[in-house]
Design a protein around this ligand. Structure first.
Ligand code: GUN
Length: 297
């Protein structure tokens, strides 16, 4: 089988256009402009690139973008005070603290200081708990983007499918497994200590790889016709050139999968598009307005 390549870039562009339409309507009909605040602590270059990109796309969708940069040595009290001000600011509907934080800051404490209603990352324990118990929550952006791609590109219903999520992070693996469970898939979460990983992956109709290890899933682990969602973005050197690769060996997996996301151009662009979508959802909820059905699960 030769896999269809899932065009995450095109899908994300469509979602951003839908977000922009909702923003325009909120402005025109309700006089409200959704606002997203992004907080960056320190000067990690990769985080800096992501934060700039988030700010640019927020503005392009017609929303207000508020960028807050703190010194790498900023104290926890300083960061918590900023979060407190953003929680109280009615013009801010979404708050994102870029991770990872410098080592001296307690990530869980910081994330849980964000008002859950403004937690557009969906990382607050209250949102994680709501998702795990099947209640309305803010859904983490990368898993939400993966689910949107699966809904559009997996042939037939997701219900009853064998799904394997490789990776157990709070940001991707765990919420992804919850979303697939919500779709009535039979879900396995595999990780670095899983025994017989090749056999586990070979059972799967749906594979979501989110481990952050370059090409660790070879094509011959993939079941014929499976849908493969590759969350990994790994920078490696190949033939003397720096290239981006996923957690899955794309060429060999393409020979067996039914559909597969490329890296780059697959899941990556969906994450920021879903962040914008979550900001509009949060804004509608904050203002007692019906939330758009085409921006979430
Ligand atoms: N760092 C890497 N991915 C993410 C994300 O989705 N949200 C935040 N806040 N930080 C990240």
């Amino acid at each position: 089988m030769t896999a269809r390549h899932i065009d995450g870039k095109a899908h994300a562009a469509k979602l951003r256009a839908t977000v922009a339409d909702h923003v325009a309507r909120l402005k025109q009909e309700n006089g409200i402009t959704p606002g997203l605040a992004v907080v960056l602590v320190g000067d990690d270059p990769a985080s800096g690139v992501y934060v700039r990109s988030k700010g640019r796309q927020t503005v392009e969708a017609g929303m207000n973008s508020f960028e807050h940069r703190l010194d790498a040595r900023a104290s926890e009290a300083e960061l918590l005070a900023l979060i407190g001000r953003l929680n109280d600011d009615p013009g801010v509907h979404g708050i994102l603290v870029q991770l990872p934080l410098p080592d001296h800051l307690n990530e869980a404490l910081v994330i849980n200081a964000i008002d859950p209603a403004k937690d557009v990352d969906g990382f607050h324990i209250s949102n994680a708990g709501l998702l795990a118990t099947g209640q309305k929550s803010m859904v983490p952006c990368t898993p939400l983007g993966c689910l949107m791609l699966l809904r559009d590109h997996h042939p037939g219903a997701l219900a009853g499918m064998e799904a394997v999520v490789i990776g157990r992070s709070n940001i991707v693996g765990k919420p992804m497994a919850q979303l697939l469970l919500g779709e009535s898939c039979t879900v396995t979460i595999a990780h670095s200590r899983t025994r017989s990983l090749p056999e586990v992956v070979r059972r799967a109709d749906i594979v979501v790889a989110a481990v952050g290890r370059a090409e660790m899933v070879p094509g011959d682990w993939i079941k014929e016709g499976a849908t493969v969602i590759d969350v990994g973005i790994n920078r490696i050197e190949r033939d003397g050139r720096k290239v981006l690769v996923g957690d899955v060996e794309f060429a060999s997996a393409s020979e067996r999968a039914g559909a597969i996301t490329p890296v780059p151009g697959g899941v990556g662009p969906m994450t920021i598009a879903c962040l914008l979508a979550n900001t509009v959802t949060a804004c509608c909820r904050a203002n007692g307005l019906p939330e758009p059905e085409d921006l979430t699960m």
